[in-house]
Design a protein around this ligand. Sequence first.
Ligand code: NAD
Ligand code: UGA
Length: 461
Amino acid sequence: MKIKNICCIGAGYVGGPTMSIIAQKNPNINVYVVDMNADKIDAWNSDNLNNLPVYEPGLAKVVKEARGRNLFFSKDINKKIEKADMIFISVNTPTKTSGEGRGYAADLKYVEACAKQIAEVSKTDKIIVEKSTVPVRTSEKIKKILRFYNSDVDFQILSNPEFLAEGTAMRDLEIPDRVLIGGDNTKKGKVAIECLVDIYSSWVPRENILTTNLWSSELSKLTANAFLAQRISSINSLSELCEVTGADIEEVSKAIGMDSRIGNSFLKTSVGFGGSCFQKDILNLVYISRSLGLEEVASYWEQILLINSHQRNRFSKKIIDCIEKNNLKRKVLILGWAFKKNTNDSRESAAIYVTNNLINKNIEVDIYDPKVNKNKIYNDLKNLNPNHKSKYISVLKNAHVNLSEYNLIAIMTEWDEFRDYDWEMTYERMQKPAYIYDGRNILDIKIIKKIGFNYIGLGRK
Ligand code: NAD
Ligand code: UGA
């Protein structure tokens, strides 16, 4: 069986880039990306490729190549569902804010709404691909919904979690470490798996496409994120130990990372991991473990989140203490709002939490980020704290104005442009004494100190 038409529900950070690559690599398959957010679809169709709703290096080029040829962004969800032989569900699965499991469990209402809509609209057999990150056994729920609302057509369910990281999404999609496809071990299940394998085989070597049962695939995704986040919290916890012992976290990180059993990635200390997934996926893992009575397992994984918020808080406290002890201007320049470089995504960014801590102490905060817009910044603060002191916030279009108003700059995102700043000129124009709080350890300490700055990094002096 050959797939001719794909529909992807959800045109977000996963749906948009993933489908762009699938369309680029499979010119004979029509790929329709739909979303209930009409503005987002308009933005994906925008003539100006700088206005795409997702910023990812290399994305605009792929969209330009495939859009209008076999890649389409559409608001007509029902029509595209009906036409498709294969439907990806790539909608958000945030942490529940009410009801059972509130604050921990993944909210599957968007996934369930998609399943219901697919069932109601479908007139022909379809393969449904779970692309969103979901709790283990969600495919069972999806199956039940599909069969409950439509018993006339055959639905095969596959799990195909996405492992891309923002900022490097196009490279991750182009050369994935692995593609994971879970499906049923039945005749029809195996055919469905092969259909998806076929699509990926257009550019991914067959040995990198792993097929498993549905539940292994679902659980592997949550576990991969938990392992990655665990490494960051481990190195962040040690950064505090370095500060009191005189060890240097960059040296420790290098030394342990050279052990081939440990490996050197995800050992970069930071002001805390952000992004829409690590926290929500670990909370979900904690919830699943706890609800199965595995308290020790739950509290083991929960500790990763406690260290992450501790890291953000202790960074904020360092800044507040510095201002108070040295009687500095109560005004800070925050450089970077995105949760990492090369993305316009700021969900769960450490910058939001640190800024909230500062304004709670009546410290003014001016914010500059090369890609995150003003509305997003204000919304992020409002979502964290609806009563935040907005009068203390300004969003800047350029970080080089008003430098004379600050004694203190805090780097929150590792954008290359911050590392490459003209720090000498910045120092000359700042109030003295001048402090840099390097929340990403991106600057060369010797150079920065030579210029005259007081440098405060994480786990290094
Ligand atoms: P997103 O919020 O950027 O996009 C989700 C989109 O789905 C939104 O545009 C929303 O309007 C749309 N949507 C929700 N319900 C809908 C419905 N019923 N009909 C039509 N459209 C609907 O989310 P995302 O970052 O793309 O993440 C999607 C999923 O992928 C999540 O489960 C996430 O955990 C997982 N994931 C994300 C990343 C990442 O880097 N962002 C990486 C891997 C996996
Ligand atoms: C992460 C995973 O890396 C992806 O494999 C996964 O698909 C995705 O989550 C998801 O499920 O959403 P992402 O959150 O986009 O991707 O970006 P990462 O590169 O993992 O960075 C996450 C956070 O950790 C960022 O704030 C980053 O700055 C921080 N980080 C990362 C560190 O503090 N130190 C490190 O060594 C690495």
